[in-house]
Ligand binder design. Structure first.
Ligand code: IMP
Length: 469
């Protein structure tokens, strides 16, 4: 028998958008399967091709590597229409997923009424309005009396007529109950059926599919979505997503037994960002920034990427008001949602939060993205690289992330400044070329997190990264 395979996990350690997809793209050739274990179309990875720009939401990030198999595990929720579109778009740029993609039949579908409910109830959290929360809620609900709440891909494939009628019933009941209007129900159902026909060949009926592959030697990389601080239980509840995002969830939602675990890698951004409402102690501009980055009632960003593109970044960086430094970093690092163009809230690197994430997830190795942006701090009035290395809660110093989001909101960050560097590091290829201030900064992160930093990213292009000795 061939030697047994193994599984590694890669996840985001902050509030999402750490740049996991590009790291996975780089690591993909070392693995046979890239597998998603949580979330759905609330993710957004931009793929630039000469046929246009696509945002991939549900297909795992290894898609560029034609030999890599792709797996969407039972822990995910699937939007059939969006997935069908992704499959077509990828095929149009010669990236067919035929014979490469498998989707667990145990994964639930996002039903049309889930999207209506998310649009109605998701405002307080600032969800992505993809129906993710309501779909996971229906999974837990299982049935409403005698009516099925949770519809899984495997159910739909087994008996399309029966399960389509459940979807229709759930949609009509929801509209009636909440007096909601939507597009013509018949049209919605026709689109859903068409999308299902496209997705059906990819459904895997055997719950041991991945287990059998790894038994025969396959190397799996689990791709986390949404990151540690957005975990439904361990994150900043209630301002979180509705699935488990942490490492321990990879084997449940990714359909593999834990005996194959080898190591966990964590990705963090050299500064931080957050989308949606929720506590973020290291945020530049605090509450003002949180409100500024929100949407109007119509779901449009109040302050768009276009509007901010006219600002003078160097002038903003020298401002005495930290709120403007946040805007400058957002511009420099292009921190806007790929679909919505929502401005992301920007903050300093928070070591208290990082320690929580690395310990909770048992992280072995770190990858730090967007390190080139750190040079901008040399232009600010405070002159150094800011980090949060402690919290004060109601006047007391604490060294942990408080459970209550109310308390997490009240936390005052203890900020210190590391020696800055001015060099443009974006063209550098080797560790020994890096400014000594950055090397020191990396060591500080290693010490605070008890993890080894294995690589850093120094620019937006795929080749702008440095492997550390
Ligand atoms: P939901 O996952 O759409 O229910 O959104 C719940 C919260 O998670 C909101 O604050 C979202 O902005 C956030 N969120 C969901 N997906 C992502 C992501 O991929 N990156 C960053 N934030 C996310």
């Amino acid at each position: 028998m061939k030697q047994k395979g193994y599984a590694d996990i890669l996840l985001g350690l902050q509030f999402g958008d750490e740049g996991k997809a590009r790291v996975i793209d780089r690591l993909a050739p070392q693995y046979d399967v890239i597998a998603r274990f949580n979330g759905g179309s609330n993710v957004g990875h931009t793929i630039k091709t000469n046929k246009g720009i696509f945002v991939i939401k549900q297909i795992p990030s290894g898609v560029f590597h034609k030999k890599t198999k792709l797996y969407i595990g039972s822990g995910c929720v699937v939007d059939l229409e969006k997935l069908a579109t992704e499959i077509d778009q990828l095929a149009s740029v010669n990236l067919s997923v035929k014979k490469r993609l498998k989707i667990s039949g145990q994964a639930s579908i996002i039903q049309p009424h889930h999207v209506l409910l998310d649009e109605m109830w998701g405002k307080g959290v600032g969800t992505t309005k993809n129906g993710i929360g309501p779909s996971y809620a229906d999974r837990a609900m299982r049935m409403y009396g005698v009516h099925l709440a949770n519809v899984r891909l495997g159910d739909l494939r087994d008996d399309p007529k029966q399960f389509e009628s459940c979807v229709l019933y759930n949609l009509e009941m929801t509209k009636k109950r909440y007096k909601l209007t939507s597009e013509d129900t018949e049209k919605i159902m026709q689109r859903l059926k068409k999308a299902f026909e496209k997705v059906a060949p990819f459904i895997e009926d055997d719950p041991l599919y991945l287990e059998k592959k790894v038994e025969k030697g396959a190397r799996v990389l689990f791709e986390g979505a949404q990151s540690a601080m957005l975990d439904i239980v361990k994150g900043s509840v209630p301002y979180v997503t509705s699935s488990h995002t942490i490492a321990a969830a990879a084997y449940v939602g990714g359909d593999l037994s834990i005996k194959y675990h080898r190591k966990t890698m964590g990705v963090l951004k050299a500064f931080m960002s957050r989308v949606g409402y929720g506590p973020f102690p290291s945020e530049f501009g605090g509450e003002e920034s949180e409100e500024y980055c929100m949407e109007t009632a119509e779901g449009k960003p109040v302050h768009s990427k276009e509007a901010e593109s006219t600002y003078d970044v160097d002038e903003l960086l020298t401002s005495a008001d930290h709120f403007y430094i946040g805007i400058a970093l957002r511009r420099l690092a292009d921190e806007y949602g790929p679909g919505t163009k929502r401005p992301r809230r920007i903050g300093r690197l928070d070591l208290v939060q990082l320690r929580y994430a690395t310990r909770m997830n048992g992280v072995d190795e770190l990858i730090i993205t967007k390190c080139n942006i750190l040079a901008s701090f040399s232009k600010t009035r405070f002159g150094g690289i800011p980090i949060v290395d402690g919290y004060k809660l109601d006047g007391k110093t604490i060294d942990y992330v408080p459970v209550s989001s109310e308390a997490f909101y009240r936390v005052k960050p203890i900020i210190s400044y590391e020696k800055p560097f001015t060099e443009d590091i974006s063209h550098m290829k080797q560790y020994n070329q890096l400014p000594s201030a950055l090397k020191k900064h990396i060591k500080l992160i290693e010490k605070a997190s008890c993890c080894k930093v294995i690589a850093i990213d120094v620019g937006p292009n795929p080749d702008q990264h440095i492997t550390l000795p």
